[in-house]
Design a protein around this ligand. Structure first.
Ligand SMILES: Cc1cc2nc3c(=O)[nH]c(=O)nc-3n(C[C@H](O)[C@H](O)[C@H](O)COP(=O)(O)OP(=O)(O)OC[C@H]3O[C@@H](n4cnc5c(N)ncnc54)[C@H](O)[C@@H]3O)c2cc1C
Length: 291
């Protein structure tokens, strides 16, 4: 391993300035949140030296707000804290079940969902759930901040839309209405400590028995997690009958462009993503019905 530098700026402005000056001088940097990906990456052979910039002590990245105006989850908030926040358990059970699938209890004590997003693994568990919930990235820039929907933040395997000098401050999410619920389901060959073969995040609104709003996102079956508008359109205006839900699953299958690897063939992943979509719709529907 080559030598590494470490910095823990005390303000967002200082962090952005350090990122920008390092980029200008051609010096590599890497943001550190929970470190559960960063430390594994630092130990991998051939990883180049860089300055690790720790954002955990910034006030902005430690912001956690849940109120009628909306939800804010700062980039330093670990999954364990999210999962134990009562108001989030009620508002976003699907996002929390995704966060609860990241590694083990020990991993969740450090891992952040923003780190999961920035790492941009195709199989990142929290990402389809964030997209379904309508999360928007709050990005610190040299001129202030900019907002990017999560589905537009992912630009490739391991690649996100952050420009040099930028970092993710946190996520903004709308506060779901009483008749809106989300769900996330993934399939793995093992029950724990494994990465998804396929994952689906769903958020549904049901009004007077009809689906009046829906967002459905798929993960681990394409280079990035993605919003599948055709799946939502298949159930909008319906009473979530079997034919409509089946059509949503088929839309997820059509939107998938998976690889074949030791966890499963591309054909298998397409089948699984359709099944997960149907089941996740069922879970969200049950949550709305309060059962
Ligand atoms: C044993 C084990 C099991 C795991 N199981 C799962 C699993 O089941 N599902 C799953 O999805 N993941 C899993 N992971 C991967 C990892 O735990 C998650 O991706 C985690 O959410 C990363 O969060 P972090 O805060 O630790 O990120 P870090 O490791 O701190 O950062 C991850 C990446 O994002 C960048 N980054 C972090 N925060 C920011 C920011 N605010 N702005 C800009 N860039 C940023 C970092 O520079 C780095 O490139 C597992 C990891 C381990 C070690």
């Amino acid at each position: 391993m080559e030598s590494y530098g470490y910095a823990a700026p005390s303000s967002v402005a200082e962090t952005v300035a350090l990122l920008a000056s390092s980029a200008e001088q051609g010096q590599a940097t890497q943001i550190l949140a929970g470190g559960t990906d960063v430390l594994v990456q630092m130990r991998s052979a051939g990883h180049q030296a860089r300055t690790i910039i720790d954002i955990k002590s910034l006030a902005e990245t430690n912001r956690l707000e849940v109120n009628a105006d909306g939800i804010y989850i700062g980039a330093a908030i670990p999954s364990a804290v999210i999962n134990e926040t009562r108001a989030l358990q009620e508002a976003l059970p699907g996002l929390l079940e995704a966060a609860d699938l990241i590694g083990s209890t020990q991993i969740q004590g450090r891992a952040t969902i923003c780190g999961n997003l920035c790492n941009a693994s195709p199989a990142g568990d929290s990402i389809p759930a964030m997209i379904a919930a309508g999360a928007v990235c709050d990005i610190a820039t040299s001129s202030g901040s900019r907002q990017v929907p999560v589905e537009d933040f992912l630009v490739g395997v391991g690649k996100n839309a952050l420009a040099p000098g930028e970092f993710l401050l946190g996520l903004r999410l709308p506060m779901p209405s009483a008749n809106t619920k989300d769900a996330y389901l993934r399939f793995t060959p093992r029950t724990e400590m494994d990465i998804a073969v396929a994952g689906v995040g769903v958020s549904l609104t049901v009004t007077d028995g009809l689906c009046t709003d829906a967002r459905i996102a798929i993960g681990a079956v394409a280079p990035t997690a993605k919003l599948v508008s055709a799946a939502a359109e298949a159930i909008l205006g319906t009473d979530l009958n079997e034919a409509a839900v089946h059509a949503a699953g088929e839309a997820c299958k059509a939107a998938a462009s998976p690889i074949s690897d030791k966890r499963g063939t591309a054909e298998y992943r397409r089948k699984v993503v359709a099944v997960l979509c149907r089941r996740a719709i069922g879970v969200a529907k049950q949550r709305i019905q309060g059962s």
